[in-house]
Ligand binder design. Structure first.
Ligand SMILES: Cc1ncc(COP(=O)(O)O)c(C=O)c1O
Length: 395
């Protein structure tokens, strides 16, 4: 941990002076570079005009495309801006429905850490298109069971939609190995929810072998709220005709036809915050300046330190998994998770509560209605984690 320039990380992050922020899986503290870029852009827009500022600053507005392509090992033509992870997911999923790539009465396979908004979309698909959802089992520690995954994939399966890191516990699913299983089992589309792993863990879409990847900007990437990313592999772009198209992603040819753009810009609406796009690009560049592997290593070490401290005071750590990350979930017998959150808030420490309603397929069978979620970023310190343990040690 000594090699990491923690002074620079904290000096770049004004929020560190005010709070111990362990809600990075909710929304992390942005670095000044991101906030300054967003605020500066809005100010220039206010005095220069929205369209005029857009024309003058297009390279900065478009930077997210190549910067995120670098983060993900993708081509910039495969990257689309989205307002959130869920927005990215919906655009891809319903666009695949339109073209019949995910046809009515087909099956979508998910894992047990599937996030609420993705599962809700699948329930809608079930309600209106008779799509069936099959759930791959997890092994004893909660990780996707690859044997179960393989056994579920047959010719009825149109999509396999897996979660890299769930919202509610710190295990990392083996999405690369799962990708190999999907590829060997047929032609199903492989979608990965990387919402909690973008900026947190190294991601390479070629190694993962995914067709679609969705993520958000505000979490571990430290981008502005209202930003997200949709990656669609070049080979799949033509098979997605997204809902809600407008004149920037498609061309109105004549009274009976339209043509979608050939790259990922077809997934983007005309109207979105240019300031937020600028901020997303700056956040991606900033993440690259640290290196995602170095970031991930530091986060992982801090998280293990916190887990050991929690075990030391008798708290129950709820993160299973062979590979774990910066999301630390736990509970104490003497307080409810909400009481723990309030206790820590009073000590100037932000944590959140992971609720079963966000991850029913995993939390319900484990008998965990809710858990305290302390999600660590690289700008956190051992001293901050000691403060958590000290606050929790109170009777
Ligand atoms: C694992 C996971 N997937 C998807 C989402 C949805 O992200 P968004 O709120 O950006 O739509 C979340 C949000 O917490 C999440 O944790």
């Amino acid at each position: 941990m000594e090699q990491f320039d923690i002074d620079r990380a904290r000096a770049d992050t004004p929020g560190c002076e005010r709070v111990v922020h362990l809600n990075n899986a909710g929304s992390s503290l942005p670095p000044s570079a991101v906030t300054d870029a967003v605020v500066g852009y809005l100010q220039r827009e206010a005095i220069g005009g929205g369209y005029e500022t857009y024309d003058a600053e297009l390279p900065a507005i478009e930077r997210y495309r190549s910067a995120l392509a670098e983060v993900l090992g993708a081509r910039s033509t495969e990257i689309a801006f989205a307002a959130s992870d869920t927005n990215a997911w919906s655009t891809a999923f319903w666009g695949l429905q339109h073209t019949g790539a995910v046809p009515p009465r087909s099956t979508v396979v998910v894992d047990r850490t599937c996030y609420v908004s993705h599962y809700l979309g699948l329930l809608q698909a079930h309600k209106y298109f008779d799509v069936t959802v099959a759930v791959a089992e997890a092994d004893a520690d909660g990780t996707i069971d690859l044997g179960s995954l393989a056994s579920l994939i047959d010719e009825r399966v149109s999509m396999v939609a897996l979660t890299h890191v769930g919202t509610h516990r710190g295990l990392v699913n083996p999405i690369e190995a799962a990708g190999r299983v999907v590829r060997q089992s047929g032609d199903a589309i492989y979608l990965v929810d990387a919402c909690q792993s973008l900026g947190h863990l190294p991601l390479d879409v070629s190694t993962i072998g995914c067709d679609v990847l969705t993520a958000t900007g505000r979490k571990y990437l430290r981008g502005p709220r209202g930003s997200g990313v949709l990656f669609v592999a070049e080979r799949l772009i033509e098979r997605i005709d997204p809902p809600g198209i407008d004149g920037s992603g498609a061309v109105w040819i004549d009274s009976s036809s339209y043509e979608l753009l050939g790259d990922a810009r077809r997934f983007e609406p005309y109207e979105a915050s240019s300031a937020v796009k600028v901020g997303l690009g700056v956040a991606a560049d900033y993440a690259l300046s640290w290196g995602i592997a170095a970031t991930s290593a530091r986060i992982g070490e801090l998280a293990e330190y916190l887990r050991a401290g929690l075990v030391g005071i008798g708290a129950e750590v709820l993160d299973g998994g062979e590979r774990r990350c910066g999301i630390v979930t736990f509970r104490q017998s003497r307080r409810s998770p909400l009481q723990t959150k309030a206790l820590l808030a009073a000590a100037g420490i932000n944590v959140s509560v992971a609720s079963g309603a966000s991850a029913r397929l995993d939390m319900e069978p484990r008998g965990v209605p809710s858990a305290v979620r302390a999600s660590i970023h690289y700008y956190n310190t051992v001293a901050e984690l000691d403060r958590v343990i000290e606050a929790l040690s109170k009777p």
